[in-house]
Design a protein around this ligand. Structure first.
Ligand SMILES: [Zn+2]
Length: 358
């Protein structure tokens, strides 16, 4: 087996910039420009810590791993005829979006295949459009096809894995991903997100999966303005022990960077330092259970001034490169502190039915 010098594959293509959501839309091409500029400025490619890998376009069969053919055809027709708003909400598509969305799926599949084949230890797919709000037959929340869910289904169906862990660290609940795997034990969905009452309306504590999937959905709905310290405590008390017991054969990360305190869309107060530690913890989970096999997939994140820093912090941890994070942990109110403690103890109580949690 040929091993690359670099340990980490960064999957990216300028194709992703062609998905045009129109003026003023937060999910815009500049997000990826900011991320790639950050990674280049920090020298990850020059010093061979990472290799840049181009995606292939996903085939129709790949999309059908998760999505219904009627829905795929609808997206195709809608884009070909010029685009518009796909979901009667905020998921805007342009003429190019069907193709670009297939490159996004293809990028995630490429990342997963490279790691499965042992060509890289881990990978990060920096794709647009994002995916975790999209369901089998619906678009939602800027998402068209569910990139991470297709990658997970590929691992189960085509690679024969029986335990895939998806850790969703976007500020918003991954309703689409949860929906797709709600009755499956082969994919454990763990979502940490802000209070989902307003959007997307799912992701509450008592949503734990059903049938064979009961106990394989974990939701931690944080109160608004939670900070690094509180988030990481919850991660240690709930996510790490569950992952330890589940023993995933592969870890996928729905990596949203919208938990940052400067994010214009979401309402949490994490910092770049928080992201750095979250990635350390996720890598630690993967190294204990599956030889470090992690693929992160970009979801949201709209703070153009911090996206490059957050992505660099994540990549530095993934490829073990030196990188010093400059940011500050935010203070938290007494009220948020109390509410968070209450949420964490309720999640522990509910999940104790399925997992050993202290
Ligand atoms: Zn989000």
């Amino acid at each position: 087996m040929v091993r690359n010098v670099a340990e980490t594959a960064v999957v990216y293509s300028d194709e992703y910039l062609r998905h045009d959501t129109g003026r003023g839309h937060p999910e815009r091409a500049e997000r990826l420009r900011a991320i790639m500029q950050g990674l280049r400025e920090n020298g990850f490619f020059e010093r061979e810590f990472c290799s840049l890998v181009k995606p292939d376009m996903a085939a129709l069969e790949d999309l059908e791993l998760v999505h219904e053919l009627d829905y795929i055809r609808l997206v195709e027709r809608y884009c070909r005829s010029g685009g518009g708003v796909l979901d009667l909400g905020d998921t805007v598509v342009s003429k190019e979006s069907f193709e670009v969305a297939r490159y996004a799926v293809g990028g995630c599949l490429k990342a997963v295949k490279l790691v499965c084949e042992g060509k890289f230890r881990n990978a990060f797919a920096f794709v647009r459009p994002p995916g975790h709000h999209a369901g089998a037959f619906y678009a939602r929340g800027f998402c068209i096809f569910n990139n991470v869910a297709i990658a997970a289904t590929h691992l189960v169906r085509n690679q024969g894995l029986r335990r895939v862990l998806i850790i969703d660290i976007d500020a918003h609940h991954g309703n689409g991903t949860q929906d797709i795997f709600y009755d499956s034990a082969e994919v454990l969905y763990a979502g940490l997100h802000q209070d989902p009452t307003g959007f997307p309306g799912t992701g509450f504590i008592d949503e734990v999966g059903e049938g064979e999937g009961e106990g394989y959905t974990v939701n931690i709905p944080f109160p608004f303005r939670v900070n690094d310290t509180l988030y990481l405590e919850a991660f240690d008390q709930i996510i790490s022990p569950i992952a330890e017991q589940y023993k995933p054969e592969f870890v996928l990360v729905s990596a949203g960077f919208d938990m940052h305190y400067t994010d214009p869309v979401a309402s949490l107060s994490l910092s770049t330092l928080g992201y750095e530690t979250i990635f350390s913890k996720i890598l630690n989970i993967a190294s204990r259970s599956c030889n470090g096999k992690v693929v992160a997939v970009l979801e949201g994140g709209y703070s153009l001034s911090f996206l490059g820093k957050m992505a660099s912090a994540a990549i530095a941890k993934m490829c073990n490169a030196p990188y010093s994070v400059e940011d500050e942990v935010q203070k938290v109110s007494e009220r948020t502190l109390k509410k968070t403690k209450a949420v964490v103890s309720r999640v522990k109580r509910v999940q104790s039915r399925f997992w050993n949690l202290k």
